[in-house]
Design a protein around this ligand. Structure first.
Ligand code: NAP
Length: 710
């Protein structure tokens, strides 16, 4: 590894020109967590942060703006594949920061998993366009000539991502992926103790040659004056301690979106029913051990407070003691049998020891482990002291006395290491109160098979948590665990946890975009959004089912003739399908129903007829019908009525990787008086090209995705 870790700026590697000239005081040594050896230094002496931000806002915005959501999503997949191919390197490097291979499953594989998830979600849940439509059309004039719609378009600035030391990959990628998908360039600032792992994944991505220019920059070291250069359209996503978050939030100027994921005194409640011998009790203890030892307890989501029925405290401590004896081997992760590595640095261990002292002052008794430096397994397999390493054993504290009267420190002090407190409770309500005293947490888990206990805890504690996990015998084996946020769901929490809830799923992408209410005529909204709106112009030249994506345009329409509805048809359909519901079969009973004038046609009969009315049956570019959405039956249809259908191409989404795309059709069923009978969207797959003379030959040209520009 280089003596000074480079930064990645303006699509090139940058190092301080002359470290000596800037003074060695600028360079911070980063040490191996087990041996204390220097791994590298970080320094940003002479760095041009204003220039880096400007590069992102100009070059990065332009290159990402050329791509649609789907094109960006496919690049995320390529990045995930590239990291997967080199993950052994990342595991090896992570060992130097104290991570065992199991820890790396969280950080390295977890980070890669985030990229795969967004690559897939981006293509399934976002259009192949550059803007995202939010919610339904609002009709603002009686004649339909004035509409409103919410449109998300990307922010014009930079996403500055300041990350904590404990997850240099997963923590960084859970922010980079949604920013990239939104089309906003990232400037990543990793924490100093693990900056070399961030440098490694950025290097792997850069070496793919597939990063759009300016879409990703990395600062290895401090970022003096960074906030002076941020303004409207920029974002800061901070992960770290609550105290740093508070300082930085003050520095963020008006217009800068500042969000934080900070420390959190998470809880795990053992239900009164989860006594020893139950699956829930075993799952609870197993989870406690995992949270104590994974990343040596340096996880923002780790369990800091185990909240246990008062009579079960000794049983939980005994079971945990047995498990620790059975499974925990503390040492250098380079040694094979080690299951728990050191803390990231000796400074971090000193902080944890200070926090343990504060918990003892608040009445805590150490019941498992201790604060002395333990003998450990060294890299060569020998066992003994390792004074240069940042080792600690798991430490569990218990508290005596009235659980509700314990000092605030019990719920307030974060020992960011392998440390947890066991607190007792006398009623489920008291357990809920104790959870809430954490002042806002990322996660609380509950081990119970009793839905009444779970319902009380949900009602009483949900407002204090970003995530709640209920463990019982059915999900004990499959649960992703207390401490593992998943990219599909909210990661963040209220109050002390930082107030963030922007991470998780497509909302994390939308966090990088501005939602704007756009008002205008149907034609204007159609032109701006690439989605056909009722009232905009339509075209009925050729049956649209005969057009491939190369020819089909939104607004292409087919209007059928009327078809008469008879009582015989209704009865045939009823007996054929077995749907003999009285509204279709019994005149008196149907007439007594408040919604029907008498016997009426089945809604599904009408939808089936509509398909018969609009379909063009010969083999052609329409390959399949894969569903319908938003179906509403509006006006009942009686024998003697007539119905017709109007089908209009509403949204066209070519797939990037296939020879076909999705076409959403607006379907409207009307009766002979032009009253609305039913409305829905028909979903089809349509070939990109089609030659009527020779069914099924390959595409020659790919149509452009629909939607307005960046
Ligand atoms: P930290 O000391 O608060 O540092 C967090 C980040 O802020 C680091 O990258 C740090 O860089 C940077 N930073 C510090 N001062 C800065 C400044 N003036 N301007 C810009 N950046 C600045 O936290 P940490 O020790 O790395 O992480 C441990 C803490 O993070 C724990 O409290 C843990 O609970 C919390 N955490 C929370 C989550 C979550 O999702 N809620 C996840 C992980 C960790 P340097 O390292 O270069 O100083």
């Amino acid at each position: 590894m280089t003596d000074t870790l480079p930064s990645y700026l303006r699509d090139a590697w940058w190092s301080p020109a002359d470290r000596e000239a800037h003074g060695p005081a600028d360079a911070v040594a980063v040490r191996d967590a087990s041996t204390g050896e220097i791994v590298t230094h970080v320094s940003t002496a002479g760095i041009d942060l204003a220039g880096a931000l400007e590069y992102a806002r100009t070059v990065g915005q332009a290159s990402l703006g050329e791509l649609t959501f789907h094109q960006r999503a496919l690049l995320l997949k390529e990045f995930a594949v590239a990291l997967t191919a080199r993950k052994e390197e990342l595991y090896e490097l992570s060992k130097r920061a104290g991570a065992t291979v199991r820890d790396s499953l969280n950080d390295v594989d977890g980070g890669i998993g985030v990229l795969f998830t967004y690559a897939s979600k981006g293509r399934r849940e976002l259009p192949n366009a550059r803007v995202y439509l939010d919610g339904p059309v609002e009709s603002l004039a009686k004649d339909g000539s004035f509409l409103g719609r919410h449109v998300y378009s990307r922010l014009p600035g930079v996403a500055v991502q300041i990350n904590a030391f404990n997850f240099p990959m997963w923590g960084a990628l859970e922010k980079f992926a949604p920013a990239f998908l939104a089309g906003v360039p990232s400037l990543v600032k990793p924490a100093t103790p693990t900056a070399y792992i961030a440098e490694a994944w950025v290097r792997i991505l850069a070496e793919t040659g597939r990063l759009p220019a300016g879409s990703l920059q990395l600062v290895s070291g401090s970022v003096p004056g960074l906030f002076d250069h941020l303004g409207l359209g920029d974002l800061v996503g901070f992960t770290g301690s609550a105290s740093t978050a508070a300082r930085l939030r003050e520095q963020a100027g008006p217009g800068v979106r500042f969000t934080s994921e900070t420390d959190s005194i998470n809880a795990s409640v053992l239900g009164p029913d989860a006594v020893p011998g139950t699956v829930e009790f075993d799952a609870y203890v197993k989870q406690l051990l995992i949270e104590l030892t994974t990343k040596a307890g340096q996880k923002c989501t780790a369990i800091r407070r185990a909240i246990v029925p008062s009579g079960l405290v000794p049983a939980v401590i005994d079971a945990l003691r047995d498990r620790i004896a059975e499974r925990v081997v503390v040492g250098d992760p380079h040694a094979e049998n080690v299951t728990m590595g050191p803390l990231v640095s000796r400074e971090q261990r000193d902080e944890v020891l200070r926090a343990i002292e504060a918990l003892q002052t608040a009445g805590g008794r150490i019941v498992l482990g201790g604060t002395e430096a333990p003998d450990v397994v060294r890299a060569d397999g020998s066992t003994g002291p390792a004074p240069e390493g940042a080792f600690l054993t798991p430490v569990v504290l218990a508290f005596d006395g009235d659980p509700s009267a314990l000092p605030d420190a019990v719920h307030d002090v974060e020992a960011f290491g392998p440390v947890a407190s066991v607190l007792s409770y006398r009623s489920v309500d008291e357990a809920a109160d104790l959870v809430g005293r954490g002042g806002g947490s990322l996660v609380t888990s509950v081990a119970t098979a009793d839905p009444a206990v779970a319902a009380t805890l949900l009602a009483r504690t949900a407002a204090y948590n970003g995530r709640l996990l209920f463990l019982d015998r059915d999900d004990a084996r499959t649960s992703t665990g207390h401490g593992a946020p998943v990219p599909h769901l909210v990661h963040g929490g209220p109050g002390r946890a930082g107030g963030g809830e922007e991470l998780g799923g497509i909302r994390a992408v939308l966090h990088h975009m501005q939602r704007t209410a756009v008002q205008g005529s149907p034609a204007m909204l159609t032109a701006l959004t690439g989605v056909w709106h009722q009232g905009a112009a339509s075209r009925s030249d050729r049956h649209p089912f005969r057009k491939s994506l190369a020819e089909l345009r939104i607004g292409d329409q087919f209007a059928s003739p009327l078809r008469a509805v008879t009582l015989d048809d209704i009865e045939t359909f009823a007996h054929f399908t077995g749907d003999l519901f009285y509204a279709h079969m019994d005149e008196a009973a149907a007439a007594a129903n408040p919604f029907f004038p008498g016997r009426v046609a089945h809604g599904y009969l009408l939808v089936s007829w509509a398909a018969g009315l609009f379909v063009d049956p010969a083999p052609g570019p329409v390959l399949a019908n894969y569903g319908l959405e938003n179906l509403r039956f509006v006006t009942p249809v009686s024998p003697g009525d007539e119905v017709r259908v109007v089908l209009t191409a509403k949204q066209i989404t070519p797939r990037e990787t296939d020879e076909y795309g999705e076409v959403r059709w607006d379907a409207v069923l009307l009766n002979q008086r032009d009253e609305l009978v039913a409305t829905y969207d028909v979903l089809t797959l349509v070939a990109k090209t089609w030659d009527e003379g020779d069914a099924g030959r390959p595409a020659s040209a790919s149509p452009e995705p629909a939607g307005v520009g960046a």
